[in-house]
Design a protein around this ligand. Sequence first.
Ligand code: GDP
Ligand code: MG
Length: 594
Amino acid sequence: TDPALIRNFCIIAHIDHGKSTLADRMLQITGVVDDRSMRAQYLDRMDIERERGITIKSQAVRLPWDGHVLNMIDTPGHVDFTYEVSRSLQACEGAILLVDAAQGIEAQTLANLYLAMNADLHIIPVLNKIDLPAAQPEKFADELAGLIGCDPSDVLKVSGKTGVGVRELLDHVVQTVPAPVGNADEAARALIFDSVYDTYRGVVTYVRVIDGHLSKRERILMMSTDATHETLEIGVISPEPKVSELGLGVGEVGYLITGVKDVRQSRVGDTVTSAVKGATEMLAGYEHPKPMVFSGLYPIDGDEYPELREALDKLQLNDAALVYEPETSAALGFGFRVGFLGLLHMEIVRERLEREFGLSLISTAPNVVYRVVMEDGSEVTVTNPSEFPSGGKISQVFEPVTKSTILAPSEFIGAIMEICQGRRGQLLGMDYLSEDRVEIRYTLPLGEIIFDFFDQLKSRTRGYASLDYEPAGEQEADLVKVDILLQGEAVDAFSAIVHKDKAYTYGVEMAKKLRELIPRQQFEVPIQAAIGARVIARENIRAIRKDVLAKCYGGDISRKRKLLEKQKEGKKRMKMVGRVEVPQEAFVAALSTD
Ligand code: GDP
Ligand code: MG
C-alpha cells in the first residue's frame, strides 16, 4: 500500500469509557465484520478480559475506509502496562482521546494523553456515550478543550453503542491523522508493539514497519537479543489473520510468525530487521520489562507443586514480564516467588492460575523491591521479607516511589489528602480541571500503593476518584522488618517490611488476627511480633480445656469416634510450626488484606 493512503491510529481511554464498543462499531461500519457475525467486544478475545471488561493484549486491525487503509491499534488501558502502551503509541501517528460524556476525564485518560503527546501524536478529542441521558457533552467538551488546547467545537461527539457520529469520526481520522513517513529504500526496521503466544502457531508478533520492507521466507534479526528467525508467515489482521504475499512495507501494520514458542524471543519494543544487510541502529526506546511487585505463590495442596511450575512455565510463554523462581517457606512448603509489573498484573496471573489451570493457591502479602545498603558498603536487593538483613549492620534502606495522579470531584480533596498523607505521600501539586473537578499529584511510595490503597481511595470517595501512577525512582526510608513468632518461632510467611511508624500497628493487628484464627492447642501458645530481638506486641492462645474430650468418655462411643475422625481429617490440612498446629485457612485468612 502507498504510505500516503495509510492512517495508523489508536484509541486511548479510561477503563469503561467505551473503547471496545467503539472499536466494534468501527469493525461493523467499515464492513470488516458483517452484522450477522458481530458479537460484543469482538477484539477482546481472552475470556478473562471479556469478563472483567478490560483489554490486556493490544492488537491491530486493518480497516478499509474511503479508499484508505486505517490501522487501528488497540492499547492496554491500565497503569501496569504503561510500557506496552507507549510502544503501541509509537506505532501510530494519531490517537482518538475517548472520554465518557457522563463521566469526564479520568486519571488514565490523562496518563495516556501525556504519553500520546510525548509520542507526538495527532490527538482527536472525542466524547462518547452521548446517547446516555446523563451525558453532559457541553460541560465535558469544555473540559477536554481546556486540557488539549483546542476549541470546544472541535470535540467530536459519538455513541459507540448506537453508531451516531462514528462515520464522521472515521472521515476525520483520514483527514487529520498524518500519513506515515519512512524510507522504502533503507534496510528494514519494524517495531514490535505486541507479541502473543498461540498454542497452534507459536508466537504471533505484531509489527509496524518504519523503514524498508519485510517479506515472507526472509531471515530476520531481533536486534535486542541478536537472534535470527525465518518469517514463515506475514500478514494483516482484518479482523482475522490474512496472509500478505507481498509482505509489509513502509507504514504498514501487521503480524509475522517465525515458529518461536516463547514471547521472550520476540519482545515488545524490540526492532526487527533483515538478518542480511540489516539495519545497524535499533529504534529508540526499548526497555526490558521490570517486575515491580513480588509475592510468594504456594499450592494449598503441596502435591500440586509440579502443576504450579508447569502452569507458570506456560503463562510465561505469553507474558514476557512474568518472572519467578522456586522458594521454600517453612510454613507454606514449596512454592515460587513471582514478580509482576503491578497489582493488576498480579491479579490477572493469579486468576489465570486458578481458573485455567485449576490450582488452589495461597499468596503471601505483595511487596516491592528494596535496596538495602550495609555499613560496609555492600548492597542487598530484597524481593522477599526473608531476605531483609537481620542484625544492626544496615546503613540505609531505599524503596521505590511513584508519581501518582488522582482525579476526583473537589468535595473529596480532604479525604484524598488524608489517605495520601497517612501513606507518607508528599503533595506535588493540584489543578482544577473544571469548577468541581480536581487533579491532585503526589509522590507516594509504591509499597504503600500496593497495600489496598486503591480500595480505600474508592471507598472514601464513593467510587469517584481515579488513580494513575508511574515509577519515579527511589527514596531512603525508615523501614524495618517485623517478624511474627509462634511459641518463639518466626513464621516466615507473615514477616513484612513496613515503615517504622507502622510496625507497631502491623504487629498488633497480625497477632490479634492469628489469636482468633489459630485453634487452641494442648498447651499455651504465645504469639509475638518482633523487630529483630525486640518484641513489640504479644497475644496468647490459651491451652485447651481438658474436659472437652473428657466429657465424651461418658459412654457415647459413636460421638467420641466422630470427634476423633473429625480431628484426623482436620490434621491433613494443618501445617506444623514448631509444635503448633496451624490450619491452612489461618494462613489464607491472615494473609488476605481485608
Ligand atoms: P472499555 O473498557 O473502554 O473497552 O469500555 P467498553 O467498550 O467495554 O464499555 C464499557 C461499558 O459502557 C459497557 O457496558 C458498554 O456497553 C457501555 N458503552 C460503551 N459505549 C457506549 C455508548 O456509546 N453508549 C452507552 N449508553 N453505553 C456505552
Ligand atoms: Mg475494553
